[in-house]
Design a protein around this ligand. Structure first.
Ligand SMILES: Cc1ncc(COP(=O)(O)O)c(C=O)c1O
Length: 430
């Protein structure tokens, strides 16, 4: 490794550790390898020219985990489905906010989730998961994996401790538990799962079987500014739809997996097989987005509180499921205080009068856009019951606490007063 390579991987000035929001501007990139460009160019190439046939052979030896001689330690790059400078810089920077040892970027959030879940799949082993999950993830765990002999069992995201313990006990009777998969806060209900409890139960389970379950959490809804489960709870892997807060501008589709080097290495080899990598230009856009992640997320969270308080006091709204309103002294508030750093900026609320009233509100919006997705700079609203969650049976939706008037609100970084004016006039139309 050259001295300049070492300098662009430095994480401190003397004894002073640099914060992720400072490192994210330059970490992992040496401008002098690219004509002094302050931003990495887009390496729009499918393949890379080896310095020599020996370097090509060394590259493949390294990829099989073999030791290389000193003069071959850095054999270069080979092929963009495996690595690319934009991908490598992005993966270096993705580790920063979450405190991961290593990271992988993917072509979508679902690419990250399915590749990570399949990397640990073994016939007759059991996956324990919290429900509700993002629809396609739940379908993958509940319907798809069991077709190939991987068993799965769920517990409700807002279940009390005893129910989660009982689910683990039932799962253990079905076979060895290999994966615990959680999404918290859940979409769209904002139900919170206790990650510390999942870790404790995974640890206890490990004593009665040959493997320790890998604990994974989809951290899309909070993002790494609002919740850092690798640091706070010591879980093995966080997964993201980078499309949401990390991408943050509603202009790309991508995913990420961040965690321990061991877990990431197992997923990496399967990503190469599936080809679920993002393109170089998508990586470049995410690098741009990471620089403003903290600013955007904190500003949106401020706006979300203002909007949530307005809705909470509005006579046409029956309930606002905002994490900042969790009841003092409740178990959910205790879990929130222990595991979350922010109340975030996506929440749902129930319009009195069911779907008809909710549709009237949505059709009257002037500034807030009517669209699925979340975590962008602009505010979005949607009606999950007829769109993103329309595949969830009505009885299950009711059990999970949705009403027909439930609207999901992803609050952006517009002027807060303008948002309130839009909410007020849209609710006047209900
Ligand atoms: C919580 C959550 N996880 C995963 C996904 C899937 O991400 P993508 O659309 O980037 O594949 C989504 C998408 O909405 C999501 O909301």
């Amino acid at each position: 490794m050259s001295s300049s390579e070492k300098s662009y991987h430095k994480r401190s000035i003397g004894n002073h550790p640099l914060r992720p929001e400072s490192l994210v501007m330059g970490y992992g990139f040496d401008p002098h390898l690219s004509e002094g460009a302050i931003k990495p160019p887009v390496f729009q190439t499918s393949t890379f020219v080896f310095k020599s046939a020996e370097h090509g052979a060394a590259y493949f030896r390294k990829s099989r985990g073999q030791e290389l001689s000193d003069d071959m330690k850095d054999p270069g790059l080979a092929y963009t489905r495996i690595n690319n400078p934009n991908l490598e810089i992005l993966e270096n920077r993705l580790t920063l906010f979450d405190g991961g040892e290593d990271a992988l970027a993917f072509s979508s959030g679902m690419g990250a989730i399915t590749t990570a879940l399949l990397a640990f799949a073994e016939r007759d082993q059991v996956y324990v998961y919290s429900s509700p999950l993002y629809g396609p993830t739940e379908m993958f765990l509940k319907d798809f994996l069991p077709k190939f002999g991987v068993k799965s069992i769920s517990f409700p995201a807002d279940a009390p401790k005893e129910v989660v313990e009982e689910t683990f006990a039932r799962a253990r009777k079905m076979g060895e538990i290999s994966v615990v998969y959680v999404e918290t806060p859940a979409n769209p209900t904002n139900a919170i799962v206790d990650l510390d409890l999942c870790m404790e139960l995974a640890g206890k389970t490990a004593k009665s079987q040959s493997i320790r379950p890998v604990v994974m959490s989809d951290n899309t809804m909070q993002g790494p500014i609002g919740q850092t489960p690798l640091i706070t709870s010591g879980i093995d892997l966080v997964l993201y739809s980078v499309t949401k807060y990390i991408g943050g501008h509603s202009d790309l589709i991508a995913g990420a997996a961040i965690g321990s080097a061991k877990v990431i290495s197992r997923i990496r080899s399967l990503r190469t097989v599936f080809g679920t990598v993002p393109s170089p230009d998508t990586c470049w856009l995410i690098l741009r987005s990471l620089e403003t992640l903290k600013l955007r997320v904190n500003e949106a969270a401020k706006n979300a509180r203002i909007c949530a308080e307005f809705l909470q006091n509005h006579p046409k709204i029956s309930q606002v499921r905002y994490l900042g309103f969790l009841e003092e002294g409740s178990s959910k508030k205790e879990i929130f205080d222990r595991t979350c750093l922010s109340a975030g900026s996506t929440f749902s609320f129930d319009v009195k009068g069911g779907q008809e009233a909710a549709f009237r509100m949505l059709n009257s919006l002037k500034l807030i856009k009517l669209a699925v997705s979340l975590g962008g700079t602009e505010s979005l609203m949607c009606h999950p019951g007829s769109t993103t969650h329309s595949g969830v049976p009505a009885a299950m939706r009711q059990a999970q606490g949705y009403t027909d008037g439930l609207i999901r609100f992803s609050v952006g970084i517009e002027n807060a007063n303008d948002l309130l004016v839009d909410l007020e006039q849209a609710l006047d139309a209900v």
